[in-house]
Design a protein around this ligand. Structure first.
Ligand code: LLP
Length: 368
């Protein structure tokens, strides 16, 4: 079941509610419209797939940082993956993993104080983590972000697992990091290994190849006396932006390709999906301002723009459109700007099936 569908008389509906009715009942457009039940269904697909494994699902907050959405996922049992101090403040106490290759000292101090897992990405990152542990007076739980050199076969802008990308630690430096961690038992505790190959991956074999390499690294690390329990395989699956009808792998297909490996090493599996949890739960609803012709081209002018949704203009990303823009739940509102001095758009969600007016949300962010 998918939240957006056409009614028999041709209207686009969200969980059976006409998008046009929502448009006529809210103050301003453009706006983002989400389906809460679809968020639940997407999360459940991962949770069901992980049955039988010790695991953590860490929602990549960068995909969408609406607090209501995060609170909902948290209630369902989801954790969080963070890349900044403000994301950390938003997610506090939810079971977090702090990622990124430019983490600031003050952000790391907060992470140390709150006891969140930290992925270490470089030598200077490790230095900052050690300083943060000393300032906070707490040991930091570390995962080594390993760059396994696996080609994710995605757009170069969202590829991070190749050896020439700026992310992660290459194998020739692994021993240096292990020695450094060993030398600082009061500041650091190594708990696992992490990799993230890239976003929009749609082939599960790529995850499998990475997991095989990662388990090898984990064997090597354990052989040196480290008791590490966590394998973090990074972001989740891509989605079918083109609506070709092609059947993409499901979370179950993904988890099943790594299940035996994870069980064979008695590991706790962490996965950090963003896009596949939230992208298809939302569309950006725009109002037509007018139509015009220039040369041989016809234009439909709408009130939405690259300020509200930048992915197509930023890197030629494709998102289906027919006045609403589809699949707009991930990396859309979280990348919206105030370009042209526009206000960031409001967000609503449809809570469940039933007649209008149904519960809708307005963006609600904790002061951070
Ligand atoms: N973990 C790490 C370390 C990441 O860097 C990312 C995404 C994720 C998890 C979540 O990956 P997902 O499940 O969403 O594929 N701005 C781009 C997307 C950049 C993704 C960056 N990292 C876009 O508009 O598509």
């Amino acid at each position: 079941k998918h939240c957006f569908s056409k009614s028999e008389d041709g209207y686009l509906c969200c969980e059976g509610l006409r998008v046009e009715d929502v448009m006529n009942n809210v103050e301003k457009s453009p706006f983002y419209l989400y389906s809460k039940p679809q968020i639940t269904r997407n999360f459940q697909a991962y949770r069901d797939a992980l049955e039988g494994l010790d695991s953590i699902i860490g929602y990549a907050i960068k995909a969408n940082n609406n607090l209501k959405i995060f609170e909902h996922l948290r209630k369902l049992g989801c954790g969080a993956v963070l890349v900044s101090g403000n994301e950390l403040r938003l997610a506090l106490h939810a079971g977090c993993i702090f990622n990124g290759n430019g983490k600031l000292l003050e952000e790391l101090v907060l992470a140390a104080q709150e006891g969140v897992f930290v992925n270490v990405d470089s030598e200077f990152d490790l230095d900052n983590i050690v300083s943060a542990a000393r300032i906070a007076g707490k040991k930091v739980n570390l995962l080594l972000r390993i760059n396994p050199d696996v080609d994710p076969q995605v757009h170069p802008y969202v590829a991070t697992g190749n050896k020439n990308s700026k992310f992660g630690i290459r194998n020739e430096k692994l021993q240096w990091f292990l020695d450094a961690v060993k030398a600082l038992p009061n500041e650091l505790k190594l708990v696992g290994a992490h990799c993230h190959l890239g976003s929009t991956i749609t082939k599960v074999d790529i995850f499998r190849d990475a997991a095989v390499l990662m388990v090898n690294y984990i064997d090597q690390i354990r052989a040196q006396g480290f008791k590490i329990d966590y394998l973090n395989i990074g972001g989740g699956l891509g989605i079918d932006y083109y609506h070709t009808g092609a059947v993409l792998p499901s979370p179950r297909d993904l988890i099943d390709t790594v299940r035996e490996l994870v069980l064979s090493r008695d590991l706790n599996l962490i996965i950090e999906p963003g896009r596949s949890l939230i992208a298809n739960t939302c569309c950006l609803v725009n109002r037509v301002t007018g139509v015009k012709t220039n040369g041989t081209k016809n234009f439909i002018v709408i009130d939405g723009s690259m300020a509200e949704l930048i992915r197509p203009s930023l890197y030629d990303a494709y998102q289906g459109a027919g006045l609403v823009v589809h699949d707009a739940g991930a990396y859309c509102m979280s990348m919206a700007s105030t370009y042209n001095l526009k206000m960031r758009p409001p967000e609503y969600w449809v809570e469940e099936d039933g007649p209008w007016p149904r519960s809708v949300m307005q963006r609600h962010l904790k002061t951070i």
